[in-house]
Each structure stands twice: as structure tokens, then as C-alpha cells.
Design a protein around this ligand. Structure first.
Ligand code: GAR
Length: 217
């Protein structure tokens, strides 16, 4: 059974999708053992407590810089003996000391089809505002491993979502969550916990449970 630590900063709907997947048995070889929030008082903490999941608040604003904050989060991750760390709406950047300690053991969900609308400055609603400004007809979500390049790590799963003419950023954000994020994040976590993911040459391959031949996700 793998220990999963989930990092959050806000409402926690992706955390909820993971909790639901754990309770339904979709994630069967992993357990969310701790939720760490970069902000106090966010609803994600309430969601964890409602399911008796231990929480820690490591407030970004209490640390002078990214390095000090990263050290504190890494210490907590190690104390929790995390096998997998999931960024689920985690809006704070951690530096390479964390990435180096957990290579291909941290994943992030991003609300666009990477490499579109990603990287520094693209987070939350902003991603959808930019997608609508550009007039793309298709957007979606991506789950990828975290590396030192912001939103640049190996891609695990992606799911497209159609953009409609009357979409607002808020409506599009909600549809991308419902149709893509809440599906592919639990799916990627379940695959990781079942030891089905393999990274070779910066690409993620899925070892099919049936034949073990290493077909690409
Ligand atoms: C989600 O759409 C997630 O993909 C996005 O923030 C939202 C958090 O919602 N994350 C990023 O933009 C990170 N670059 P949630 O707190 O309800 O899961």
C-alpha cells in the first residue's frame, strides 16, 4: 500500500475526486495519509477532515523564500513517508530540492492540454481566460510528473474538452474539471499505485496489467 500525500491550496475538488476514488476502490493500492495546505482555512482542509484524513498547514506566507518553504514541505513529505505526492490545485512553486528527493514520484494536474497554456503565470482561472482569448476550440486537462521545469514534466494522461461559443472562464473551468480533471487525476494515481507507470526518455509508458508489454499511455 503506497502512502499518498496531497498538496492543496484552495477548494479541493481534485482532492475530493481522489478521496472518492479511494473510497470506491478505484485507487486500491494507495491511501491518502496526509493533506498539506499552503493556506490556512481553505475548504480542501474541511474535505480531508470530513474523511478523517490528517492535515498539515504549511503556510507559504510564513516563509521568506521558495527555498525555505520547499525545505519545510520536503521535511513534512519525508516525515509522512510519502511514496507519491500529488499537487491537486497546489498554487505554490517548490524548488529542485523537492523534485530531486522525489523523482517521478510527484504528479500535478493542470487545467489545459500541455504544452498549451502552461508554465509560469498559468494557473487556475487564468488558464481558461487565456484559452478563451486565443479562441481555441478544444482545451482539456493534463496529469504529468513534476520536474524542475514548471508544467514541463513527462505527461501521464490527457483528456480533451470542447470549448463552446458562450463559455465564460468560470463555466469552462468547471467543465474541464468535471469532464477531465476529476477523471484523469484519480486514474493516474491508481495506475501509479498499481506500479503500471514507467518513465523512459522523458516519456511515460503504461505497463498494461494484462500483458506487461509497456504500451504508451
Ligand atoms: C484546478 O483546476 C487545477 O487544475 C488548477 O487549479 C484548480 C484547483 O481546483 N491547478 C493549477 O492551475 C495549477 N497550475 P481544486 O482546488 O478545486 O482542485
Amino acid at each position: 500500500m503506497k502512502n499518498i500525500v496531497v498538496l492543496v491550496s484552495g477548494g479541493g475538488t481534485n482532492l475530493q475526486a481522489l478521496i472518492d476514488a479511494q473510497e470506491s476502490g478505484q485507487i486500491k493500492n494507495g491511501k491518502i495519509t496526509c493533506v498539506i495546505s499552503s493556506k490556512p482555512g481553505v475548504f480542501a482542509l474541511e474535505r480531508a477532515r470530513n474523511h478523517q484524513i490528517p492535515v498539515r498547514v504549511i503556510a507559504r506566507k510564513e516563509y521568506p523564500d521558495v527555498a525555505a518553504y520547499s525545505r519545510a514541505v520536503l521535511e513534512a513529505i519525508q516525515e509522512e513517508k510519502a511514496d507519491l505526492v500529488v499537487y491537486a490545485g497546489f498554487m505554490t512553486i517548490l524548488d529542485e530540492q523537492v523534485v530531486k528527493a522525489m523523482p517521478n514520484k510527484m504528479m500535478n494536474v493542470h487545467p489545459a492540454l500541455i504544452p498549451s497554456f502552461c508554465g509560469k503565470g498559468y494557473y487556475g482561472l487564468r488558464v481558461h481566460e487565456e484559452a478563451l482569448r486565443k479562441g481555441v476550440k478544444v482545451t482539456g486537462a493534463t496529469v504529468h510528473f513534476v520536474t524542475e521545469v514548471c508544467d514541463g514534466g513527462p505527461i501521464i494522461l490527457q483528456k480533451p474538452v470542447a470549448v463552446r461559443e458562450d463559455d465564460t472562464p468560470e463555466i469552462l473551468q468547471r467543465r474541464v474539471m468535471e469532464e477531465a480533471e476529476w477523471k484523469i487525476l484519480p486514474q493516474a494515481v491508481a495506475m501509479f499505485c498499481d506500479d503500471l507507470l514507467e518513465v523512459r526518455n522523458d516519456r511515460v509508458y503504461c505497463k498494461s496489467a494484462a500483458d506487461g508489454t509497456g504500451e504508451c499511455c
